[in-house]
Design a protein. Structure first.
Length: 99
């Protein structure tokens, strides 16, 4: 069943998503946007300059605004989408008549 990501996703799940996308990420701040059903995450990455701060926007179906300098996992987008579908946050579930 579809769940509004911004309301139902816990901070621990946001941190789990960040590890899926960027291995070694340390979440500094989580901001939720109720109108867009998105979550803005501010984070650092282990092994990078500790003063370097990154941001990314998590959406129910993809990730936006990730800095190209961040080393990503090879299958990050696919794993993120799988997680979102499995947890019911993906908009693929929204209005699905087969549920």
């Amino acid at each position: 069943m579809f769940k509004e990501m911004v309301e139902a996703m816990s901070d621990e799940e946001v941190k789990r998503c960040m590890v899926i996308i960027v291995d070694g990420s340390i979440v500094l701040d989580i901001a939720r946007n109720m109108q867009q059903n998105s979550i803005m995450v501010t984070f650092r990455v282990v092994g990078y300059d500790p003063t370097r701060i990154f941001t990314v926007e998590l959406l129910p179906y993809e990730v936006h605004g990730l800095d190209r300098d961040v080393l990503l996992r090879p299958d990050d987008e696919y794993l993120y989408q799988q997680y979102m579908v499995a947890k019911g946050y993906s908009e693929l579930w929204k209005g699905n008549m087969f549920l």
